[in-house]
Design a protein around this ligand. Structure first.
Ligand SMILES: Cc1cc2nc3c(=O)[nH]c(=O)nc-3n(C[C@H](O)[C@H](O)[C@H](O)COP(=O)(O)OP(=O)(O)OC[C@H]3O[C@@H](n4cnc5c(N)ncnc54)[C@H](O)[C@@H]3O)c2cc1C
Length: 400
Protein backbone atom coordinates (compact mmCIF):
# COMPACT_ATOMS: atom_id res chain seq x y z
CA UNK A 1 0.00 0.00 0.00
CA UNK A 2 2.85 2.40 0.80
CA UNK A 3 4.61 1.44 -2.43
CA UNK A 4 1.41 1.89 -4.45
CA UNK A 5 0.80 5.33 -2.93
CA UNK A 6 4.40 6.44 -3.53
CA UNK A 7 4.29 5.27 -7.16
CA UNK A 8 0.92 6.91 -7.78
CA UNK A 9 2.15 10.14 -6.20
CA UNK A 10 4.79 10.28 -8.94
CA UNK A 11 2.13 10.15 -11.63
CA UNK A 12 2.29 6.42 -12.39
CA UNK A 13 -0.86 4.49 -13.24
CA UNK A 14 -0.94 1.93 -10.42
CA UNK A 15 -2.87 -1.30 -9.80
CA UNK A 16 -2.58 -3.00 -6.40
CA UNK A 17 -3.28 -6.74 -6.43
CA UNK A 18 -4.29 -8.45 -3.16
CA UNK A 19 -5.30 -12.07 -2.82
CA UNK A 20 -7.49 -11.49 0.25
CA UNK A 21 -10.97 -10.04 0.24
CA UNK A 22 -9.65 -6.97 2.07
CA UNK A 23 -6.45 -4.97 2.45
CA UNK A 24 -4.02 -5.14 5.37
CA UNK A 25 -5.11 -8.30 7.17
CA UNK A 26 -1.76 -8.61 8.94
CA UNK A 27 -1.55 -4.89 9.60
CA UNK A 28 -4.86 -5.24 11.42
CA UNK A 29 -3.23 -7.61 13.94
CA UNK A 30 -0.17 -5.48 14.61
CA UNK A 31 0.60 -4.10 18.06
CA UNK A 32 -2.23 -6.17 19.55
CA UNK A 33 -4.70 -4.32 17.33
CA UNK A 34 -3.13 -0.90 18.03
CA UNK A 35 -0.39 -0.99 15.33
CA UNK A 36 3.04 0.05 16.53
CA UNK A 37 3.65 2.05 13.35
CA UNK A 38 7.30 2.88 13.91
CA UNK A 39 9.85 3.80 16.55
CA UNK A 40 10.69 7.43 17.36
CA UNK A 41 14.38 6.77 18.13
CA UNK A 42 17.11 8.81 16.37
CA UNK A 43 17.40 7.50 12.80
CA UNK A 44 20.90 6.05 13.43
CA UNK A 45 19.41 3.88 16.18
CA UNK A 46 16.95 2.33 13.75
CA UNK A 47 19.92 0.41 12.35
CA UNK A 48 20.91 -0.93 15.81
CA UNK A 49 17.53 -2.68 15.96
CA UNK A 50 17.91 -4.47 12.65
CA UNK A 51 19.06 -8.04 13.19
CA UNK A 52 19.82 -9.14 9.60
CA UNK A 53 21.42 -7.10 6.76
CA UNK A 54 21.14 -3.68 8.37
CA UNK A 55 23.52 -2.02 5.85
CA UNK A 56 21.16 -2.95 3.03
CA UNK A 57 18.57 -0.57 4.54
CA UNK A 58 20.78 2.54 4.52
CA UNK A 59 19.21 4.22 1.45
CA UNK A 60 15.68 3.09 2.30
CA UNK A 61 15.81 4.46 5.86
CA UNK A 62 17.38 7.78 4.83
CA UNK A 63 14.93 8.13 1.92
CA UNK A 64 11.90 7.70 4.17
CA UNK A 65 12.77 7.60 7.86
CA UNK A 66 10.62 7.27 10.98
CA UNK A 67 9.84 11.01 11.03
CA UNK A 68 8.73 10.80 7.41
CA UNK A 69 6.39 7.93 8.38
CA UNK A 70 4.83 10.00 11.17
CA UNK A 71 4.49 12.99 8.78
CA UNK A 72 2.96 10.73 6.13
CA UNK A 73 0.25 9.51 8.48
CA UNK A 74 -0.34 12.99 9.90
CA UNK A 75 -0.94 14.20 6.33
CA UNK A 76 -3.43 11.32 6.03
CA UNK A 77 -5.17 12.79 9.09
CA UNK A 78 -3.93 10.02 11.35
CA UNK A 79 -2.23 11.66 14.35
CA UNK A 80 0.23 9.50 16.29
CA UNK A 81 1.53 9.36 19.86
CA UNK A 82 4.80 8.04 21.28
CA UNK A 83 4.78 5.59 24.18
CA UNK A 84 7.33 3.72 26.33
CA UNK A 85 10.41 2.63 24.38
CA UNK A 86 9.72 5.27 21.69
CA UNK A 87 6.94 3.10 20.23
CA UNK A 88 4.67 5.12 17.95
CA UNK A 89 0.93 4.31 17.79
CA UNK A 90 -2.07 6.02 16.24
CA UNK A 91 -3.75 8.29 18.81
CA UNK A 92 -6.94 6.29 18.23
CA UNK A 93 -5.16 3.04 19.26
CA UNK A 94 -6.75 1.34 16.26
CA UNK A 95 -4.77 -0.50 13.59
CA UNK A 96 -7.88 -0.34 11.40
CA UNK A 97 -7.34 3.45 11.20
CA UNK A 98 -3.86 2.87 9.75
CA UNK A 99 -5.36 0.65 7.05
CA UNK A 100 -8.08 3.21 6.43
CA UNK A 101 -5.50 6.01 6.07
CA UNK A 102 -3.55 4.01 3.49
CA UNK A 103 -6.71 3.03 1.64
CA UNK A 104 -7.93 6.65 1.50
CA UNK A 105 -4.51 7.84 0.35
CA UNK A 106 -4.49 5.31 -2.49
CA UNK A 107 -8.02 6.20 -3.44
CA UNK A 108 -7.21 9.92 -3.60
CA UNK A 109 -4.29 9.10 -5.91
CA UNK A 110 -6.38 6.91 -8.20
CA UNK A 111 -4.80 3.54 -7.36
CA UNK A 112 -6.90 0.69 -8.76
CA UNK A 113 -7.28 -2.14 -6.21
CA UNK A 114 -7.97 -5.73 -7.29
CA UNK A 115 -9.07 -7.87 -4.33
CA UNK A 116 -9.52 -11.66 -4.30
CA UNK A 117 -6.84 -11.79 -6.98
CA UNK A 118 -3.60 -13.69 -6.66
CA UNK A 119 -0.38 -13.10 -8.57
CA UNK A 120 0.72 -16.58 -9.64
CA UNK A 121 3.61 -15.69 -11.93
CA UNK A 122 5.66 -12.95 -13.54
CA UNK A 123 5.90 -12.23 -17.26
CA UNK A 124 9.32 -11.27 -18.57
CA UNK A 125 10.91 -10.50 -21.92
CA UNK A 126 14.49 -10.24 -23.00
CA UNK A 127 16.25 -7.51 -24.96
CA UNK A 128 19.74 -8.61 -24.05
CA UNK A 129 18.73 -8.68 -20.41
CA UNK A 130 15.52 -9.84 -18.73
CA UNK A 131 12.91 -7.20 -18.04
CA UNK A 132 9.43 -7.38 -16.57
CA UNK A 133 6.37 -7.15 -18.83
CA UNK A 134 3.58 -7.96 -16.38
CA UNK A 135 2.09 -10.46 -13.98
CA UNK A 136 -0.20 -13.47 -14.25
CA UNK A 137 -3.33 -13.09 -12.14
CA UNK A 138 -5.68 -15.73 -10.83
CA UNK A 139 -9.16 -14.77 -9.74
CA UNK A 140 -12.29 -16.97 -9.46
CA UNK A 141 -10.28 -19.83 -10.95
CA UNK A 142 -9.54 -17.78 -14.10
CA UNK A 143 -6.07 -16.79 -15.21
CA UNK A 144 -5.36 -13.49 -16.95
CA UNK A 145 -2.33 -11.41 -17.75
CA UNK A 146 -1.84 -7.85 -16.54
CA UNK A 147 0.77 -5.93 -18.52
CA UNK A 148 2.98 -3.51 -16.63
CA UNK A 149 6.27 -1.68 -17.15
CA UNK A 150 7.15 -2.14 -13.53
CA UNK A 151 6.08 -4.54 -10.81
CA UNK A 152 6.66 -4.12 -7.09
CA UNK A 153 6.34 -7.33 -5.09
CA UNK A 154 5.45 -6.90 -1.39
CA UNK A 155 3.99 -10.31 -0.61
CA UNK A 156 5.30 -10.47 2.96
CA UNK A 157 6.95 -13.30 4.85
CA UNK A 158 5.66 -16.73 5.81
CA UNK A 159 4.46 -16.11 9.36
CA UNK A 160 0.77 -15.97 10.36
CA UNK A 161 -0.02 -17.50 6.93
CA UNK A 162 -3.77 -17.09 7.49
CA UNK A 163 -3.33 -13.34 6.94
CA UNK A 164 -2.29 -14.04 3.34
CA UNK A 165 1.50 -13.93 3.79
CA UNK A 166 1.92 -17.51 2.65
CA UNK A 167 5.38 -17.37 1.09
CA UNK A 168 4.22 -18.86 -2.22
CA UNK A 169 5.71 -15.98 -4.22
CA UNK A 170 9.16 -16.90 -2.89
CA UNK A 171 8.92 -20.28 -4.68
CA UNK A 172 7.92 -18.53 -7.93
CA UNK A 173 10.99 -16.30 -7.62
CA UNK A 174 13.29 -19.22 -6.77
CA UNK A 175 12.11 -20.98 -9.95
CA UNK A 176 13.14 -17.84 -11.89
CA UNK A 177 16.68 -18.09 -10.54
CA UNK A 178 16.35 -15.44 -7.83
CA UNK A 179 18.27 -16.41 -4.72
CA UNK A 180 15.96 -17.03 -1.77
CA UNK A 181 17.24 -17.70 1.74
CA UNK A 182 15.13 -20.28 3.55
CA UNK A 183 12.42 -18.55 5.59
CA UNK A 184 12.63 -19.12 9.37
CA UNK A 185 10.29 -17.97 12.14
CA UNK A 186 11.57 -15.03 14.20
CA UNK A 187 10.14 -13.04 17.14
CA UNK A 188 8.58 -16.31 18.15
CA UNK A 189 7.93 -17.98 21.55
CA UNK A 190 10.14 -20.87 22.73
CA UNK A 191 8.90 -24.40 23.53
CA UNK A 192 10.38 -26.54 26.27
CA UNK A 193 10.07 -30.12 27.47
CA UNK A 194 11.08 -29.08 31.00
CA UNK A 195 8.12 -30.29 33.09
CA UNK A 196 8.87 -27.91 35.98
CA UNK A 197 8.22 -24.97 33.65
CA UNK A 198 4.74 -26.22 32.81
CA UNK A 199 3.79 -25.67 36.47
CA UNK A 200 4.73 -22.00 36.06
CA UNK A 201 2.14 -21.37 33.35
CA UNK A 202 0.71 -17.84 33.56
CA UNK A 203 3.59 -16.42 35.61
CA UNK A 204 4.82 -13.11 34.24
CA UNK A 205 8.24 -11.93 35.42
CA UNK A 206 9.06 -8.24 35.20
CA UNK A 207 12.59 -6.85 35.59
CA UNK A 208 14.46 -10.08 34.99
CA UNK A 209 17.61 -10.74 32.98
CA UNK A 210 17.53 -13.33 30.21
CA UNK A 211 20.57 -14.81 28.47
CA UNK A 212 20.11 -17.30 25.67
CA UNK A 213 22.87 -19.67 24.59
CA UNK A 214 22.85 -21.50 21.27
CA UNK A 215 25.38 -24.26 21.88
CA UNK A 216 28.42 -22.38 23.28
CA UNK A 217 27.45 -19.11 21.59
CA UNK A 218 25.88 -16.42 23.75
CA UNK A 219 23.08 -15.53 21.31
CA UNK A 220 21.26 -12.88 23.33
CA UNK A 221 21.27 -11.07 26.63
CA UNK A 222 18.57 -8.64 27.75
CA UNK A 223 16.62 -7.21 30.64
CA UNK A 224 12.86 -6.80 30.93
CA UNK A 225 9.71 -8.89 30.96
CA UNK A 226 8.94 -12.53 30.13
CA UNK A 227 6.09 -14.95 30.51
CA UNK A 228 5.67 -18.69 31.22
CA UNK A 229 3.04 -20.36 29.03
CA UNK A 230 1.54 -23.83 28.70
CA UNK A 231 4.17 -24.71 26.09
CA UNK A 232 7.21 -22.80 27.33
CA UNK A 233 8.37 -19.20 27.29
CA UNK A 234 7.07 -16.02 25.70
CA UNK A 235 6.91 -12.27 26.35
CA UNK A 236 8.99 -9.39 24.98
CA UNK A 237 12.41 -10.64 26.15
CA UNK A 238 11.90 -14.12 24.71
CA UNK A 239 10.59 -12.84 21.38
CA UNK A 240 13.62 -10.57 21.07
CA UNK A 241 15.96 -13.44 22.00
CA UNK A 242 14.45 -15.65 19.29
CA UNK A 243 15.63 -13.18 16.65
CA UNK A 244 19.20 -14.28 17.39
CA UNK A 245 18.59 -18.05 17.38
CA UNK A 246 18.66 -19.91 14.07
CA UNK A 247 16.52 -22.97 13.30
CA UNK A 248 19.60 -25.19 13.14
CA UNK A 249 20.61 -24.10 16.66
CA UNK A 250 17.68 -25.95 18.26
CA UNK A 251 19.11 -29.34 17.26
CA UNK A 252 22.47 -28.34 18.75
CA UNK A 253 21.00 -27.21 22.09
CA UNK A 254 19.46 -23.88 23.09
CA UNK A 255 19.35 -22.84 26.72
CA UNK A 256 17.65 -19.88 28.43
CA UNK A 257 19.19 -18.65 31.68
CA UNK A 258 16.98 -16.36 33.75
CA UNK A 259 18.51 -14.01 36.29
CA UNK A 260 15.68 -13.55 38.80
CA UNK A 261 17.62 -10.85 40.67
CA UNK A 262 19.51 -8.89 38.01
CA UNK A 263 19.84 -5.73 40.13
CA UNK A 264 21.99 -7.57 42.71
CA UNK A 265 25.53 -8.92 42.33
CA UNK A 266 26.22 -12.44 43.65
CA UNK A 267 27.59 -10.93 46.90
CA UNK A 268 24.67 -8.51 47.32
CA UNK A 269 22.18 -11.30 46.74
CA UNK A 270 23.91 -13.50 49.33
CA UNK A 271 23.73 -10.63 51.85
CA UNK A 272 20.03 -10.13 51.03
CA UNK A 273 19.24 -13.85 51.47
CA UNK A 274 21.24 -13.92 54.71
CA UNK A 275 19.24 -10.96 56.05
CA UNK A 276 15.96 -12.69 55.10
CA UNK A 277 17.15 -15.94 56.72
CA UNK A 278 18.03 -14.13 59.95
CA UNK A 279 14.45 -12.84 60.16
CA UNK A 280 12.97 -16.24 59.31
CA UNK A 281 15.41 -18.49 61.15
CA UNK A 282 12.82 -20.62 62.93
CA UNK A 283 10.67 -21.22 59.86
CA UNK A 284 10.88 -24.02 57.33
CA UNK A 285 12.97 -23.14 54.26
CA UNK A 286 9.88 -23.68 52.05
CA UNK A 287 8.08 -20.85 53.86
CA UNK A 288 10.97 -18.40 53.90
CA UNK A 289 11.17 -17.18 50.31
CA UNK A 290 7.89 -15.24 50.06
CA UNK A 291 9.58 -11.82 50.20
CA UNK A 292 12.21 -12.76 47.66
CA UNK A 293 10.16 -14.40 44.91
CA UNK A 294 6.69 -14.56 43.34
CA UNK A 295 4.88 -17.46 45.05
CA UNK A 296 4.39 -19.43 41.81
CA UNK A 297 8.10 -19.96 41.23
CA UNK A 298 9.10 -20.81 44.81
CA UNK A 299 8.56 -24.59 44.50
CA UNK A 300 10.69 -24.75 41.34
CA UNK A 301 13.49 -22.74 42.98
CA UNK A 302 13.42 -24.93 46.10
CA UNK A 303 13.62 -28.08 43.98
CA UNK A 304 16.58 -26.75 42.02
CA UNK A 305 18.41 -25.59 45.17
CA UNK A 306 18.49 -29.18 46.47
CA UNK A 307 17.58 -27.95 49.98
CA UNK A 308 14.76 -29.86 51.70
CA UNK A 309 11.64 -27.70 51.87
CA UNK A 310 11.00 -28.61 55.55
CA UNK A 311 14.55 -27.89 56.63
CA UNK A 312 14.72 -25.20 59.33
CA UNK A 313 16.24 -21.99 57.97
CA UNK A 314 18.70 -21.78 60.88
CA UNK A 315 20.22 -25.11 59.88
CA UNK A 316 20.87 -24.21 56.23
CA UNK A 317 24.61 -24.29 55.56
CA UNK A 318 26.57 -21.56 53.78
CA UNK A 319 27.14 -23.94 50.88
CA UNK A 320 23.41 -24.56 50.55
CA UNK A 321 22.69 -20.82 50.68
CA UNK A 322 25.22 -20.15 47.93
CA UNK A 323 23.61 -22.89 45.86
CA UNK A 324 20.24 -21.17 46.31
CA UNK A 325 21.76 -17.85 45.21
CA UNK A 326 23.23 -19.58 42.15
CA UNK A 327 19.76 -20.87 41.20
CA UNK A 328 18.28 -17.37 41.64
CA UNK A 329 20.88 -15.88 39.30
CA UNK A 330 20.86 -18.84 36.86
CA UNK A 331 17.41 -20.35 36.50
CA UNK A 332 18.10 -22.54 33.47
CA UNK A 333 15.56 -23.86 30.99
CA UNK A 334 16.42 -26.06 28.02
CA UNK A 335 14.59 -24.98 24.87
CA UNK A 336 13.32 -27.68 22.52
CA UNK A 337 12.31 -25.44 19.61
CA UNK A 338 10.31 -22.43 18.49
CA UNK A 339 6.51 -22.26 18.08
CA UNK A 340 6.89 -21.97 14.31
CA UNK A 341 5.42 -19.73 11.63
CA UNK A 342 1.87 -19.80 12.97
CA UNK A 343 3.03 -17.83 16.04
CA UNK A 344 6.05 -15.96 14.65
CA UNK A 345 5.64 -12.19 14.48
CA UNK A 346 7.98 -12.06 11.51
CA UNK A 347 9.91 -14.19 9.05
CA UNK A 348 13.68 -14.13 8.72
CA UNK A 349 15.04 -15.05 5.27
CA UNK A 350 13.47 -14.37 1.88
CA UNK A 351 14.88 -12.62 -1.19
CA UNK A 352 18.66 -12.45 -0.78
CA UNK A 353 19.77 -8.82 -0.54
CA UNK A 354 22.51 -9.41 -3.16
CA UNK A 355 19.66 -9.77 -5.70
CA UNK A 356 18.40 -6.20 -5.01
CA UNK A 357 19.86 -2.76 -5.68
CA UNK A 358 19.59 -1.12 -2.21
CA UNK A 359 19.30 2.40 -3.71
CA UNK A 360 16.16 1.56 -5.68
CA UNK A 361 14.91 -1.89 -4.49
CA UNK A 362 15.10 -3.03 -8.12
CA UNK A 363 15.95 -6.66 -8.82
CA UNK A 364 19.45 -7.00 -10.25
CA UNK A 365 18.37 -9.91 -12.47
CA UNK A 366 15.07 -8.65 -13.90
CA UNK A 367 14.75 -4.99 -14.88
CA UNK A 368 11.54 -3.29 -13.73
CA UNK A 369 10.93 -5.77 -10.90
CA UNK A 370 11.11 -4.33 -7.38
CA UNK A 371 10.83 -5.77 -3.88
CA UNK A 372 9.53 -4.31 -0.62
CA UNK A 373 8.80 -5.33 2.96
CA UNK A 374 9.14 -8.57 4.81
CA UNK A 375 9.77 -10.73 1.74
CA UNK A 376 13.31 -9.26 1.64
CA UNK A 377 15.90 -10.97 3.85
CA UNK A 378 16.00 -8.21 6.48
CA UNK A 379 14.43 -8.36 9.92
CA UNK A 380 14.33 -6.44 13.17
CA UNK A 381 13.43 -6.76 16.84
CA UNK A 382 10.04 -5.62 18.18
CA UNK A 383 9.25 -1.93 18.70
CA UNK A 384 7.89 -0.76 15.33
CA UNK A 385 11.07 -1.52 13.38
CA UNK A 386 9.61 -4.20 11.13
CA UNK A 387 6.87 -1.90 9.89
CA UNK A 388 9.48 0.84 9.43
CA UNK A 389 11.32 -1.60 7.12
CA UNK A 390 8.08 -2.17 5.20
CA UNK A 391 7.26 1.58 4.91
CA UNK A 392 10.82 2.58 3.93
CA UNK A 393 11.45 -0.16 1.37
CA UNK A 394 7.91 0.24 0.00
CA UNK A 395 8.31 3.99 -0.37
CA UNK A 396 11.72 3.62 -2.06
CA UNK A 397 10.44 0.90 -4.41
CA UNK A 398 7.48 3.13 -5.28
CA UNK A 399 9.70 6.16 -6.01
CA UNK A 400 9.89 5.29 -9.70
C1 LIG B 1 0.66 -10.53 15.33
C2 LIG B 1 1.63 -9.58 14.70
C3 LIG B 1 1.86 -8.35 15.28
C4 LIG B 1 2.79 -7.47 14.69
N1 LIG B 1 2.95 -6.24 15.26
C5 LIG B 1 3.83 -5.38 14.71
C6 LIG B 1 3.96 -4.07 15.22
O1 LIG B 1 3.17 -3.63 16.10
N2 LIG B 1 4.92 -3.26 14.69
C7 LIG B 1 5.74 -3.67 13.67
O2 LIG B 1 6.62 -2.91 13.26
N3 LIG B 1 5.58 -4.90 13.11
C8 LIG B 1 4.64 -5.74 13.59
N4 LIG B 1 4.46 -6.97 13.00
C9 LIG B 1 5.23 -7.29 11.76
C10 LIG B 1 4.58 -6.57 10.56
O3 LIG B 1 3.19 -6.80 10.58
C11 LIG B 1 5.16 -7.08 9.23
O4 LIG B 1 6.55 -7.00 9.25
C12 LIG B 1 4.59 -6.25 8.07
O5 LIG B 1 3.18 -6.39 8.00
C13 LIG B 1 5.20 -6.66 6.74
O6 LIG B 1 4.56 -5.94 5.73
P1 LIG B 1 4.54 -6.47 4.22
O7 LIG B 1 3.72 -5.49 3.46
O8 LIG B 1 5.90 -6.75 3.77
O9 LIG B 1 3.79 -7.88 4.28
P2 LIG B 1 2.30 -8.27 4.77
O10 LIG B 1 1.80 -7.29 5.76
O11 LIG B 1 2.41 -9.69 5.15
O12 LIG B 1 1.42 -8.11 3.46
C14 LIG B 1 1.60 -8.93 2.34
C15 LIG B 1 0.30 -8.94 1.56
O13 LIG B 1 0.52 -9.57 0.31
C16 LIG B 1 -0.58 -10.41 0.01
N5 LIG B 1 -0.10 -11.45 -0.90
C17 LIG B 1 0.82 -12.41 -0.65
N6 LIG B 1 1.05 -13.16 -1.75
C18 LIG B 1 0.24 -12.65 -2.71
C19 LIG B 1 0.03 -13.00 -4.07
N7 LIG B 1 0.71 -13.98 -4.64
N8 LIG B 1 -0.88 -12.29 -4.77
C20 LIG B 1 -1.58 -11.27 -4.19
N9 LIG B 1 -1.42 -10.89 -2.91
C21 LIG B 1 -0.50 -11.57 -2.18
C22 LIG B 1 -1.01 -10.96 1.36
O14 LIG B 1 -2.34 -11.43 1.32
C23 LIG B 1 -0.79 -9.75 2.25
O15 LIG B 1 -1.96 -8.98 2.36
C24 LIG B 1 3.53 -7.84 13.53
C25 LIG B 1 3.26 -9.08 12.95
C26 LIG B 1 2.33 -9.94 13.51
C27 LIG B 1 2.06 -11.25 12.84
Amino acid sequence: MMAAAAAAERGNKVTLVEQNDKLGKKLFLTGKGRCNITNACPVEELFDNIVTNRKFLYSAFYDFDNEAVVDFFRDCRLPTKTERGNRVFPVSDRSSDVIKALRNKMESLGVRVLLNTRVTGLMTENDGEDYISGVILKSDGNKTGLYADRVILATGGTSYPLTGSDGRMLSVLADMGIKINAPEPSLVPFSTNDASVHDLQGLSLKNVGVTVYAGDRKAYSGFGEMLFTHFGLSGPLILSASAYVRDKDYSEGVKTVIDLKPALTDEELDERVLRDFEKEQNRNFGNSLGKLLPSKIITAVIKRSGIESDKKVNSITRQERLRLCHVLKNFEIDISGSRGFSEAIITRGGVDTSMINPSTMECRKIRGLYFAGEMIDVDAVTGGFNLQIAWSTGHLAGSI
